[in-house]
Design a protein around this ligand. Structure first.
Ligand code: ADP
Ligand code: MG
Ligand code: ZN
Length: 504
């Protein structure tokens, strides 16, 4: 029997606000001494009063809009009651009945990333988003031998929970969805979404069913996944394990599993307990949340164009490959930089696609190479001394024939080191190409006259020797001759030499 996997993902993302969700404590706690970013509110002291972080609400609405969700105009906070040492209040302030964002979707391009081979063709899949609500994070427990330690720095940090419908059908799709989600929140600038640091945490729910069946099978939930790869590996492992059990006539138990990264296996954390009763009820210490039309519109107006839309546009309008489009849009900073450079290079002459390709090549090869050599990652492109318009100026010098491609690479290196403009460097170092046809014709004629034997060889079909003659002419220009013009003049001169009487 063939089985099909059904996956729904629950993802938590910490918001990168200055302060926490309901108090003024510094929310940027990474690397800080334990329990130094705390106050009576986030420690859950009796009588401490929470205050809503407006920024966190805006960030959540931005995420909701990016996920094509409807935004609730009237909503409220609820207490989710449970006790655990990382939650000193005995309840978490969350949203249950009315999530701030609901009924959305995102499109993702699914590729087999594990193969390590780039696939130009991808399958585009739509994943429905059930809800995205705002809540507060809990503290962090560290277990060491017989003791456990608790750090409340994370307690009260704003957290979005995003839940998909069970629309995902493979480990690769889960991977594609999560990378798309990560890219979206990074584009929006609302979270680092760094899984390794716990800023994005994902719990897949998954079940198997006979292929073609419409029913859902028994689901398991997987926890402790701290990288995109771990999510993909854990799902792939579970598909295999469950398929084996089902084929042998066994049944799947509803359990919560943990992923043991080192061994590459899932381990049972707990068996299905009686259904949780969190006794949700409206938070009496906070007012309901009213989202005005004006506020929503102001947020909508600030939304950037997202990666997938840019990729489609680059491919459609500039004819770039899916690969180029994906590299250029991987980081919003790079995509913005690329678009600024292209805007500065563009002219009204119908050669936009050609120029886009040129800029794309220069960014991906030369600019990235210089950045890498200087220890910069692509996301730091705004830290380099070369401004987008300066790259455009350089490329215009090439297009106009003032310098050739090789010289341009050399000039860019100089621009990268000093921040100077291309034209200044070309002028100061005397790098301008010799494009004057008459001057070059004189040089070519001298080369022809000085090398009658080689000219005869070229005429006899020895193409290699033509390169020698180009080299001679280039040498006479000290490497600055316009190669295209030299080539053309040499061809003309050799052809003309054919008509001359043979010299003794
Ligand atoms: P629970 O109440 O157990 O948390 P939910 O209905 O809230 O379950 O769903 C949690 C996540 O699990 C959602 O992303 C949902 O799409 C997914 N899900 C629900 N049922 C299944 C199933 N049978 N197989 C796979 N995923 C499922
Ligand atoms: Mg749930
Ligand atoms: Zn606090």
């Amino acid at each position: 029997m063939e089985y099909e996997v059904v996956i729904g993902l629950e993802t938590h993302i910490e918001l990168d606000t200055d302060s926490k969700m309901f108090c003024a404590c510094d929310a940027r706690f990474f690397g800080a001494e334990p329990n130094t970013h705390v106050c009576p509110v986030c420690l859950g002291m009796p009588g401490a009063m929470p205050v809503i972080n407006k920024r966190a609400v805006e960030f959540t609405i931005m995420v909701g809009l990016a996920l094509n969700c409807s935004i609730a105009r009237h909503t409220f906070w609820e207490r989710k009651s449970y006790w655990y040492p990382d939650l000193p209040k005995g309840y978490q302030i969350s949203q249950y009945q009315r999530p701030l964002c609901y009924d959305g979707w995102i499109d993702v391009d699914v590729r087999d990333v594990a193969s390590g081979v780039w696939q130009e063709q991808a399958e585009r899949r739509r994943i429905r988003i059930r809800r995205a609500h705002l809540e507060e994070d809990t503290g962090k427990l560290t277990h060491a031998g017989a003791y456990s330690y608790v750090d409340y720095n994370r307690s009260g940090v704003p957290l979005i929970e995003i839940v998909t419908e069970p629309d995902i059908r493979s480990a690769d799709e889960a991977y594609a969805y999560l990378s798309a989600l990560q890219q979206i929140v990074r584009y929006l600038g609302v979270s680092s979404a760094d899984m390794e640091k716990g800023a994005m945490r994902c719990e897949p729910n998954m079940s198997l069913r006979p292929k073609g069946s419409q029913d859902f099978g028994v689901k398991v939930e997987i926890k402790n996944l701290n990288s995109l790869r771990a999510v993909r590996d854990a799902i792939a492992y579970e598909i295999e394990r469950q398929t084996r059990i089902l084929r042998a006539g066994g049944t799947i138990k509803q359990v919560t599993l943990g992923w043991d990264e080192a061994r590459g296996v899932t381990v049972v954390q707990r068996e299905k307990e009686s259904a949780h009763d969190y006794r949700y009820f409206p938070e009496p210490d906070l007012p309901p949340l009213e989202i005005s039309e004006a506020w929503l519109e102001a947020i909508r107006a600030r939304m950037p164009e997202l990666a997938l839309s840019r990729q489609d546009r680059y491919r459609r309008d500039y004819g770039l490959s899916a690969y180029d489009a994906s590299v250029l849009t991987a980081e919003r900073a790079v995509a913005d930089w690329f678009e600024s450079a292209l805007a500065a290079f563009a002219a009204d002459d119908g050669r936009l696609a050609q120029r886009a390709k040129t800029v794309a090549n220069w960014v991906q090869t030369e600019v990235f190479r210089l950045m890498k050599a200087n220890g910069l990652s692509p996301s730091q492109i705004n830290d380099i001394k070369v401004r987008p318009a300066q790259l455009a100026d350089l490329l215009r010098l090439v297009e106009q024939g003032t310098i050739n491609n090789n010289t341009a690479k050399f000039v860019l290196e100089d621009m990268f080191a000093t921040g100077a403009n291309a034209a200044e460097i070309v002028q100061a170092k005397g790098l301008a190409q010799m494009s004057d046809v008459e001057a070059l014709r004189q040089i070519v004629n001298q080369v022809i006259a000085a090398n009658p034997q080689q000219v005869a060889q070229v005429r006899a079909g020895q193409e290699k020797v033509f390169g020698f003659l180009v080299g001679q002419a280039m040498k006479a220009t000290k490497g600055k001759g316009n190669a295209q013009i030299i080539n053309q003049l040499l061809r003309e001169a050799i052809a003309a030499a054919d008509d001359l009487p043979a010299q003794g």
